[in-house]
Each structure stands twice: as structure tokens, then as C-alpha cells.
Design a protein around this ligand. Structure first.
Ligand SMILES: [Zn+2]
Length: 219
């Protein structure tokens, strides 16, 4: 396996790097990434490949279940560097289907560190429990809602970080995008529109008040 990685690097140099040498020389001199990517560490969610982004495009932070934790100095430093020095204006929080972290958040987990880490998604779990109860969601639908709610909550966490709160106050607002990558189809759904800050119809899919209006009609 490790040999294959190194062999593939040789192919990358001959097939990609050399033919595009001017581009790679340009980014070697200075990186100007266009967006911050906060994603899951899951091996199936390769942000460069699924968005067709060559090296130099995305500034990346990945962890279990794409969390934004208040006591995570790693993500705080990354955001400070990316927003203040690289002056990136877009932050993408991307969740994904079949996420082991989200399944563990829903089903509970015994490993201490993993359980502690998943507490960062506790608000998403509480909100999803309520939605699932109200809308009588199947376990599969509930997991999808939890994945989406977790993206929403992590965007709220971003807004609460002092660095970003101060930027929002000054009107120097980074756009906060919420996405869902579907590992079954390779497609990305937009959950939260970064321009408007609003949840899209995909995000609201399971919470549309269809049953309420049915109840009203009955009454
Ligand atoms: Zn995941």
C-alpha cells in the first residue's frame, strides 16, 4: 500500500505536475486559496477530488464529523491564518452521508475520547431528537437530519468564535456555506446558502409542516 502511494506520486509528477509546471511554480511561490474547507476526516470525502479543485484552491481542516470546537486551538489558528492573512472570504462546512461519527453521535459510543469529541455535536443531536419525534422520522431519515443539523450547528459555532464574531460586527463577513456530500452518488447538496445565510429546501426537506396542515384540515 505505502509503495503504491509513492509510485503514484511519481506518476503525479510526470503526468500532472510537469505538464502544468507554470501553475505549480506559481503556487509554490505563493498560495492564494479561495475557500476554507471544514470537512470530515472520512477517507471517502476527498475535498479536492469531489470539487475538482487543483492544489492551491482549498485551505483544509478535517476531523471526525466536521466539528467546530471552541477549545480546539488547531481550528482556531487555522481560521485566524486563513481569514486574517490569506483573506479568504468563504468557509465551507461539509458533512457527508454514511458518516461514522454521526452514527456514533446518534447511537452512542463507549470509547472515551470519541465520545468526548462528539459532545461538540450535542446541540445537533438534541435538535434532531425533537425533529424526529415531531415528524416521526425513520432511523435512516433521522441520521440524515442529524448530519444536516450537525452542519448547521457547526456553522453556528463558527459564528460564536471571537475571531468571526468580531468580523461579523465590522461587517467584514466571511460567507458560511453548509454542504452535504452524498457518498452514494458523489453529489453535493447545499444546505445553507452562504450568500443569504438561509437554510435551503434540502435542509428543510424533513421538517416541512405537511402533517400540520393535514391535522388542520381534519380539525
Ligand atoms: Zn464522517
Amino acid at each position: 500500500m505505502i509503495d503504491r502511494l509513492l509510485d503514484s506520486n511519481k506518476s503525479f509528477v510526470s503526468d500532472t505536475f510537469e505538464p502544468q509546471r507554470p501553475y505549480y511554480e506559481k503556487i509554490a511561490a505563493k498560495q492564494t486559496p479561495k475557500a476554507i474547507w471544514i470537512g470530515c476526516a472520512d477517507s471517502r470525502v476527498s475535498e479536492d477530488i469531489i470539487t475538482g479543485s487543483p492544489p492551491g484552491t482549498l485551505f483544509v481542516h478535517r476531523n471526525i464529523a466536521n466539528m467546530v470546537s471552541f477549545n480546539d486551538v488547531g481550528i482556531a489558528a487555522l481560521l485566524e491564518y486563513a481569514l486574517v492573512h490569506l483573506k479568504i472570504k468563504d468557509i465551507i462546512v461539509c458533512g457527508h452521508t454514511r458518516c461514522g461519527g454521526i452514527a456514533a453521535l446518534e447511537g452512542g459510543v463507549k470509547e472515551n475520547y470519541i465520545a468526548d469529541w462528539l459532545c461538540v455535536g450535542a446541540e445537533a443531536k438534541a435538535a434532531t431528537d425533537e425533529i424526529a419525534k415531531q415528524h416521526r422520522l425513520s432511523p435512516a431519515d433521522k441520521l440524515e437530519v442529524l448530519t444536516m443539523e450537525n452542519v448547521r450547528v457547526q456553522i453556528e459555532h463558527l459564528k460564536q468564535l471571537t475571531l468571526i464574531r468580531e468580523m461579523l460586527k465590522r461587517g467584514d463577513t466571511p460567507r458560511l456555506h453548509g454542504w452535504l456530500y452524498r457518498v452514494e452518488t458523489g453529489t453535493i447538496d447545499v444546505l445553507i446558502n452562504g450568500e443569504t445565510g438561509r437554510a435551503t429546501s434540502v435542509m428543510r426537506r424533513f421538517t416541512k409542516p405537511a402533517r400540520k396542515s393535514a391535522r388542520k384540515r381534519k380539525a
